[in-house]
Design a protein around this ligand. Structure first.
Ligand code: BGC
Length: 708
């Protein structure tokens, strides 16, 4: 291969460069000034729409490329390809790795038939700040939950053999600490101690690498002064030397070029040198490698051997995907149509939406009786089909079930009135729809308020400083509840919202995040008791945005506030708000009545080569079968560095039939007690630990054990 041909493998462009097609791409991009003759060398494509487009581009390329090296087609398949399932934050709420596995397998089967070879997933950026729009792509504020869900996705995406066309390659992103953007503003800088980084932010990336993920994407942000892509500490010391990652690294969109705007590269050549030496194999959507790499090699600043190694990694990936035997990997428009949005896939998406919707509050209003005659659906989301979330990929609004449709499907004989009442747009003050909404509420037997933030208010580039319900939705809720007490709300959101006002007004609240193609059917099932809510809060819901970041596993302080009545001045507290969030991590109600009867430890002391068996007994004292998320937390009482006030160390989602009692068994081993000490050693220390079952800040049963 010539140097140009090699460099071409290291550049990714979107379909516009190869065919007369229109695509949506993320991030900024402008005309890159790549010479047309060079295009035949390009190694990969970002975001082609479907099998038809992939075939056009790949066929043209195979005819023009003398080396006959197929291109890789990569796309953001984040929560579904054509069948859209709930956003990752909601899947975090499901606390159900098997469900995540099922959803992911379905999505990659569809994506593969649609001509995708690599998905830019899983995204496992640990996040605590609800202002950040991309919390919708994470599984929440717990490192264990994020790690488990990330690893499960990697395995489900890639299967056992990448040649199997039911699977594709994965790309874990965005290393590192993208979710810690200062003040929750996307792309903002991150300054963080190594200890904090290692303890909370790095474990999920590492879990994905241990699960065998093929590719990795560095983050946009600067990390302690150097943008990740050029940050040798994270990209080399940690990723390659410590974790042994040998796969392909791809830049985020435009990120090599942004080394210039970050102010650490004077020109494209300098940006190329920094990124390439940082370990970035593929440059996405900018042409700095095209502009600079050849000269850098000629000047001896980059070794040809390094270029060859990067090309080899990419060719190996193409080979392991079977592209040299079949550049199309059996994808075709016919196969895509046959595989996508089948009844089976819709059923998975519906179950996923049911199992990842959290019942935040219920005074007994829910579930509504299926015998109600007149139902009022009120609010800007009552008929909305824009409930799939901001990475809806190839999902189409016309294939998404709205709440109104879902309720009509479930209760074809009910009289259903649909009123939008107001808008969900930021800054809207229009109350002209209130009168008709109140009338509809007063006339109905049951009222469903369909509220939330628009899906375009979360996701990339969509940070907010006020994370309440936009517009006049709280006012709408107030007058509707006043008109009819038999009211429940369903909330659509890409982040935890400040729902304090609604909580004080509304008798029952279901939070469905963005539930995907089958959202309306799932919500109908939950509202009318066909399904039983079983999800739990994956990220604390603040009372006020000023609490952000508020997270359950925060370090102990020297002056903790004991409870809401502890108003002593010199405590770590606010004058105008409590410390606890409105809904804590792990909170979530059910139509069943789960009672924790006991938690038994087979021993209270153990050594590093022993384990403790913890048996938790839970009874479903209710009248409905249900699923409970049994959560085990610990607190290290005395350690050489400050420890979190509580840490989730294990969880299990279990089905418990009405009247049934189940025992859930957990094991505690020494590695579960390890932490990064002040000198960044990963150690455990002998001593006493508190243990509880319950959810964050809410122990049901407590005990202690000791590591000796
Ligand atoms: C996002 C990535 C995404 C890429 C390609 C970027 O703007 O940050 O998460 O994979 O675009 O679409």
């Amino acid at each position: 291969m010539t140097v140009d041909e090699k460099i071409g493998q290291l550049i990714q462009l979107n379909p516009k460069f190869f065919a007369d097609v229109s695509v949506d791409v993320t991030g900024p991009w402008e005309s890159l000034g790549i010479d047309e003759g060079f295009l035949k060398n390009i190694g990969s494509v970002l975001g082609s729409r479907n099998a038809e487009e992939m075939l056009i581009i790949q066929k043209k390329h195979m005819a023009e490329d003398k080396n006959k090296i197929p291109m890789l087609f990569m796309k953001d398949v984040i929560h579904g390809y054509r069948t859209i399932y709930p956003i990752p934050l909601a899947l975090g709420a499901s606390f159900d790795p098997d469900l995540v596995c099922e959803c992911t397998q379905m999505e990659v089967k569809e994506a593969s038939a649609g001509g995708v070879h690599v998905t830019f997933a899983p995204m496992v950026d640990y996040a605590r700040d609800a202002r950040w729009g991309r919390v919708m792509e994470t599984c929440g504020e717990d490192p264990l939950l994020n790690s488990i869900m990330g690893a499960v996705q990697v395995k489900a995406i890639q299967g056992d053999d990448l040649r199997d066309t039911d699977h594709i390659a994965g790309c874990v992103k965005h290393l590192a600490a993208y979710g810690a953007a200062e003040a929750g503003r996307d792309y903002n800088t991150v300054e963080m101690s190594e200890r904090q980084l290692r303890e909370f932010y790095l474990p999920a990336y590492k879990a994905c690498i241990d699960a065998g993920v093929t590719m990795l994407m560095p983050s946009f942000n600067s990390l302690n002064g150097v943008p990740s892509i050029a940050n040798k500490w994270i990209m080399k010391t940690v990723l390659k030397d410590e974790w042994g990652f040998e796969g392909v690294v791809i830049s985020d969109s435009n990120a090599v070029g942004e080394l210039k705007t970050h102010g650490i590269a004077a020109d494209s050549k300098a940006a190329a040198e920094l990124a390439f030496k940082g370990g970035c194999d593929i440059e996405m959507m900018t042409a700095n490698y095209y502009v600079g790499l050849k000269e850098l090699i000629e000047e001896g600043k980059i070794d040809m051997a390094q270029l060859d190694a990067a090309v080899e990694r990419i060719l190996n990936l193409k080979e392991s995907l079977g592209l040299f035997e079949d550049p199309f990997r059996d994808a075709s428009p016919e196969k895509e149509t046959a595989v996508c949005l089948t009844d089976e896939h819709r059923a998975i998406a519906r179950r996923a939406a049911e199992d990842s919707t959290v019942l935040l509050k219920n005074d007994g209003t829910l579930p509504f009786s299926k015998d109600v005659k007149k139902i009022a659906l009120i609010g800007p989301f009552a008929e909305s089909k824009k409930i799939m979330g901001s990475w809806a990929c190839n999902g189409r609004d016309d294939e998404c079930v709205s709440i109104a449709e879902g309720i009509r499907n479930l209760l074809p004989n009910a009289e259903i009135t649909v009123v939008s009442g107001c808008s969900a747009e930021l800054g809207s003050t229009d109350t002209s729809g209130f009168d008709i909404a109140v009338q509809a509420a007063a006339d109905a037997d049951a009222v469903i308020l369909c509220l939330g933030e628009l899906s375009i208010y979360s996701g990339e580039g969509n940070s907010r400083v006020d994370i309440g319900l936009p517009g006049v939705q709280n006012e709408l809720a107030k007058i509707c509840v006043a008109a009819n007490k038999n009211t429940a709300a369903v909330i659509f959101n890409g982040r935890p919202l400040t729902l304090g006002e609604l909580d004080s007004i509304c008798p029952a609240i279901l939070d469905t995040f963005f539930p995907g193609s089958e959202g309306g059917n799932a919500i109908a099932n939950l509202m009318f008791g066909v399904a039983n809510p079983s999800a739990r809060v994956p990220m604390s819901f603040p009372r006020a945005v000023g609490q952000c970041p508020v997270y359950y596993n925060h370090p102990s302080t020297g002056r903790p506030k004991r409870n809401d009545f502890d108003n002593y001045r010199f405590k770590s507290r606010y004058l105008d708000c409590g410390n606890l969030p409105l809904y804590s991590f792990g909170h979530g109600l059910s139509y069943s009545d789960f009672r924790y009867e006991s938690m038994e430890l087979d021993k209270k002391q153990f050594t590093a080569d022993e384990k403790i068996t913890v048996t938790v007994t839970v009874r479903n004292a209710g009248e409905r079968d249900g699923k409970e998320v049994v959560q085990l937390y610990m607190h290290d009482l005395v350690a050489s560095s400050v420890r979190p006030v509580q840490q989730l160390i294990a969880f299990e989602k279990v089905e418990i039939a009405a009247g049934e009692t189940k025992q859930i068994v957990f094991e505690i081993t020494e590695p579960m007690l390890r932490f990064w000490d002040a000198d960044c050693n990963y150690i455990s220390e002998a001593g006493e630990f508190e243990l509880f079952v319950g959810y964050a800040d809410h122990p049901y049963i407590q005990d202690r054990f000791e590591l000796i």
